[in-house]
Design a protein around this ligand. Structure first.
Ligand SMILES: [Zn+2]
Length: 413
C-alpha cells in the first residue's frame, strides 16, 4: 500500500482506526528495497540487512555457474530473522519468503511463495486447526483471469481466515512479538488499481471495503495493546497505476547485448557466447562474465565499457515520448556485504507508470497486460506508535531500518 493511499483513506474515512494511529504516532514515507518486490523487501525487514548481507536479490536466481533458473526460499536467507535473536516467543503470520518454515521459538506460518501446507506451519500441531479454518496461504490469483467475481470472493475468504488465525494465536500463545502481514492487498491493487482511482468502477466499493476490513483489524489490535507496547504498521512497497509493461530482455536482444544460440529456443539457458548482458525479473541486469557463466566472455575492462553503454541505452529509452527508466543503480550503490558477488550489476527502477520485467519471450518492447497496478520503490509507508509516542524514527526510513527502529525503541522501554 502506498503512502498516498493510506493518507487518502485516513482522510476520507475508509480507514478511521488507522487515521487515529497516524494522529497519535509517527507517520513516514519509507523507501522500499531495490528491486521493490516482496521477497527482497521482507527479507530486509526481518533481518534488518541489505541483500548483499541476506542474499535474497529477487524471486528468481540462477544456479551457480549456469543460466538455469531457481527460486530462492527461506533456506537461502543468509542472515537470521529477528525471531531467532530476540528474547521470548514470536508469532509470525504470512511473511513472504519464509517457506519452508524451520524450528523457532513460537509460531511461524509462512506467506507466499508457500507450496506444501505442512511445510508452511510451525509447530505442525497447528495444521488441523488452520485447515478447519480454511486458512489460505495465498489468494488464488489465477481466478482473476477467468472471473473477477470469483477472485474477489477468494480474496475475501483469504483475508477472513487470516484474521481468524491472528485472533486465535493472539490469545492462545504467550508471545513477546506478534507480526501479521496482509498480502491480498497486493493482488487487489495489481488487478484492480482502476477500481481505486475510478469512483464509478464496478468494484470501487469492494476495493475500499477490503481496506476497511483491514482497518477494523488494525483498530482491534490497537485496542488490545498497552502504552508499553510498540506498534508498527508498514507496507513493503508502494503502488501506482500501470500504463505499460516493458520487457528488458527484449530490449537487450534488439540492441545486440543478448544473443541466443538459435532462435528456436527463446530461453536464458540458450544464451550464446556473444551475449554481453541479460536480465532477471523484474529489471536486474547481469553482465555475462567470463568464469561466472558457461558462455561468459565479458572480462573486467569490457564489463566497465558495457555498463556505460547500458546506462546510456536505459537513460535514453522513451515510449510515447515518456522516459521509461527513472533510476539506474550500479550494484555498489545498493548493496554491501559478503554476497555482493551474486548481485545484479545494474538494477533499474521504472519511471511512473512503467512496469519493468525481464521476460525473454516477449515479442515486443512494451504492451499492457492484465495488471492495472504496479509496485513503486519510494512510496511505502511506516507508522509507529508506542512509548508515549516518542518512537525514534529516521526522516525517510529505508525498509531495512525497521528492525533497528524496533530494537532501539524496545531498548528505551
Ligand atoms: Zn505485487
Amino acid at each position: 500500500m502506498p503512502f498516498g493511499m493510506i493518507q487518502d483513506f485516513a482522510e476520507s474515512g475508509v480507514m478511521p482506526h488507522t487515521a487515529e494511529l497516524i494522529s497519535q504516532g509517527t507517520f513516514r514515507i519509507m523507501r522500499s528495497s531495490v528491486p521493490e518486490i516482496s521477497s527482497v523487501a521482507w527479507s530486509s525487514v526481518i533481518t534488518g540487512k541489505n541483500p548483499g548481507q541476506h542474499g535474497i536479490f529477487g524471486f528468481t536466481d540462477l544456479f551457480p555457474g549456469s543460466y538455469k533458473m531457481r527460486f530462492p526460499n527461506f533456506d537461502d536467507l543468509k542472515a537470521p530473522p529477528f525471531w531467532d535473536q530476540w528474547e521470548g516467543q514470536s508469532v509470525i503470520i504470512n511473511v513472504p519468503s519464509t517457506y519452508p518454515v524451520s524450528q523457532m521459538n513460537g509460531v511461524l506460518i509462512s506467506g507466499f511463495v508457500s507450496i506444501e501446507f505442512e511445510k508452511s506451519v510451525h509447530p505442525k500441531s497447528l495444521v488441523p486447526y488452520l485447515k478447519r479454518l480454511d486458512y489460505r496461504l495465498d489468494v488464488d490469483s489465477q481466478k482473476a483471469h477467468s472471473s473477477m467475481e470469483l477472485f474477489l470472493e477468494d480474496l475475501d475468504k483469504t483475508l477472513n481466515a487470516r484474521i481468524q488465525a491472528y485472533r486465535y494465536l493472539w490469545d492462545s500463545s504467550n508471545w513477546q512479538t506478534f507480526m501479521l502481514v496482509f498480502t491480498a492487498t497486493d493482488r487487489l491493487m495489481h488487478f484492480l488499481w482502476n477500481a481505486y482511482e475510478d469512483a464509478g468502477h464496478k468494484y470501487h466499493n469492494i476495493f475500499l471495503e477490503h481496506f476497511g476490513k483491514i482497518d477494523r483489524t488494525i483498530g482491534e489490535v490497537a485496542g488490545k495493546i498497552s502504552d508499553e507496547d510498540l506498534l508498527i504498521i508498514h507496507s513493503d512497497h508502494g503502488f501506482e497505476r500501470l500504463d505499460h509493461d516493458v520487457y528488458i530482455n527484449y530490449l537487450l536482444m534488439q540492441e545486440g547485448f543478448l544473443q541466443l544460440k538459435d532462435t528456436q529456443n527463446i530461453a536464458l539457458d540458450n544464451i550464446d557466447h556473444r551475449t554481453k548482458a541479460f536480465a532477471l525479473d523484474p529489471a536486474r541486469i547481469y553482465l555475462n562474465q567470463k568464469g561466472m557463466y558457461p558462455c561468459g566472455t565479458v572480462d573486467q575492462a569490457e564489463g566497465r565499457e558495457i555498463l556505460n553503454q547500458l546506462e546510456k541505452l536505459f537513460s535514453s529509452l522513451r515510449i510515447n515520448g515518456r522516459r521509461v527508466i527513472r533510476d539506474i543503480y550500479r550494484k555498489e550503490q545498493l548493496y554491501t556485504g559478503p554476497y555482493i558477488e551474486n548481485a545484479p550489476d545494474i538494477v533499474l527502477v521504472g519511471a511512473e507508470g512503467f512496469n519493468l520485467r525481464a521476460n525473454i519471450k516477449a515479442e515486443k518492447l512494451s504492451d499492457k497486460g492484465i495488471f492495472d497496478g504496479k509496485h513503486t520503490q519510494d512510496t511505502a509507508f511506516l507508522i509507529t506508535r508506542g512509548l508515549s509516542n516518542t518512537a525514534i524514527v529516521p526522516d525517510i526510513p529505508a525498509i531495512s531500518d525497521i528492525r533497528a527502529i524496533v530494537e532501539k525503541n524496545r531498548a528505551l522501554s
